[in-house]
Write a protein that binds this ligand. Sequence first.
Ligand code: ATP
Length: 322
Amino acid sequence: MGTQPVSRENEMIQVEALTKQFGAFRAVNGISFNIARGEILGLLGPNGAGKTTTLRMLTGFLKPTSGTIRVAGQPMDDQGLALKRMMGYLPESAPLYHDLLVFDYLRYVAEIRGLRAGARIERIRQLADICQIGDVMHKPIGVLSKGYKQRVGLAHAMMSDPQILILDEPTSGLDPNQIVEIREIIRQIGREKTVVLSTHILPEAEATCDRILIIHQGTIVADGATDQIKRSAAGEQRIHLTVAHADPEAVRDRLGKIDGVADVATETPANGTLPVVLVCRGEADLRGAVYHEIRQTDWDLLEFYRETQTLETIFRKLTRED
Ligand code: ATP
C-alpha cells in the first residue's frame, strides 16, 4: 500500500500543481500527489493549512484556480458529475436533519441518490452494519451523540457505494472511545475503498492512514508512510552515550573519526562520567560502529541509546510558522 511504489494504473486520484487562490490569498499552492486504489491517505496539517480547501477541490465542490485533478484517469473538469458519483464526501460538520429518525433520513438519502426503491432497504441494512448504527435506526438524529451522528454522516457518504471516500476531520469533537470506534470503521472501509481524510491530530493520522501528506501553508512538506517520513524528515540521527574514565578530547577524536558521524558533543564531566551526543548523517545505524570503537578503549560505557524522532517532533519542525 502506501509504502510501495505505485504504478500508474493503480492510481485512483492524480493531483498535479493544484492551486486555490481566494482573492490575494493562496490557500493551496501548487501541490501534486497521487492516491492509489485502496489506500488510506491522511492530509495532516495545522489549522488553516489548506486541508479542507484541497478536499473540496478533490470532491469537485470547489473549482481550482489552476492545476489538474484526474480521477480514475479522467480529468475532473470534463467529467465532473460522473466522477462526483464515484465519491462519497463527509464534510467537517455533516448537515443532518435533526428531526428525522436515522432510518427515515437514510431512506431519504437513498432516494435522492437514485437507488432503486427495491434496493434501498437492503443498502440501509448493509450501511447499518458497516457504520454500526443498527441500534439507533429508530432514534431522531438530534438526540444522537456526536460519534453516532458522525457514523450516520458516514453512512450518508457511502450510500451509493462510492469507490472513493473523502472525510474532512472525521473524528473532530469525538471522545477517545468514539475516536477509536470511528477509526476502526474507517480502517474496515479502507480495505475496499480509497479513503482520503484530513486531520490535525497526529496519532489519528498515524493509527488510521497508510500514508500521510503533511500540509503547511498550502504546500506539501512531507509525503510518505509514517516510518518513511520519520526517517527522511529526520535527516540526521543522534546517539547518546555516557562514558566514565574517558578524556573528552580523546572521545571527540576517536568517535569523530567514524564514517557518518558529523559531530561529537561532550558535556562537562560530572562525578567522573561524561555525557556525549553523536550527531550522525543519513539513515545508517551507526551504533555497531560506535560500540566497536568503545570496546577498543578502557572507558566504561554507562549509557548508550539512539534518539528516535516522534512524528510529533517532525510535525512541529515542518509546520513552524517561520
Ligand atoms: P482547519 O484545520 O482549520 O479546518 P484547513 O487546513 O482545513 O484548516 P482550510 O479550511 O483549507 O484549512 O483554509 C486554508 C486557508 O484558506 C485559511 O487561511 C482559510 O481562512 C482560507 N480560506 C478558506 N476558504 C476561504 C474562502 N472561501 N475565502 C477566503 N479564504 C478562505
